[in-house]
Write a new protein. Structure first.
Length: 126
């Protein structure tokens, strides 16, 4: 079961890259990160976080290895995807449930970014 998710938050740690080999096909590539999705509520002296939560975020994509160097601790991101339920058992064989976000896309928001470098465009237009 899953449900649509769109949230803005901060990375709790640098992104982690994983690769899973298949017999004859190209390997699957995973970018895994933990994001704190906050809920800032205006107050007279600024903002107060009400109801924020941490969630694991997974992005499966062929470019995950290249992108893992972009996502750093504290960075503000916008995550679009699906919230999915993950049933598993711990080391003592107790049933556990985790909700995670399976992202379709993750955007970097321009807070606390000092510099952006772009790859030159291919003259062929791709």
């Amino acid at each position: 079961m899953s449900t649509r998710f769109l949230g803005e938050g901060n990375l709790g740690a640098d992104a982690e890259f994983k690769e899973f080999a298949h017999d004859s096909a190209a390997p699957s590539r995973l970018l895994r990160m933990t994001v704190y999705f906050d809920n800032p509520v205006p107050k007279s002296d600024g903002f107060e976080d009400k109801g924020g939560f941490w969630a694991p975020v997974e992005l499966w994509h062929a470019d995950a290895e290249r992108w893992c160097h972009l996502f750093r601790t504290g960075m503000r991101v916008l995550v679009d995807g699906r919230m999915v339920r993950d049933d598993w058992r711990d080391q003592d064989d107790n049933a556990r449930v985790t909700f995670k976000v399976r992202a379709k896309r993750i955007g970097i928001l321009p807070f606390r970014i000092a510099d952006v470098s772009l790859i030159p465009r291919d003259p062929a237009g791709s």
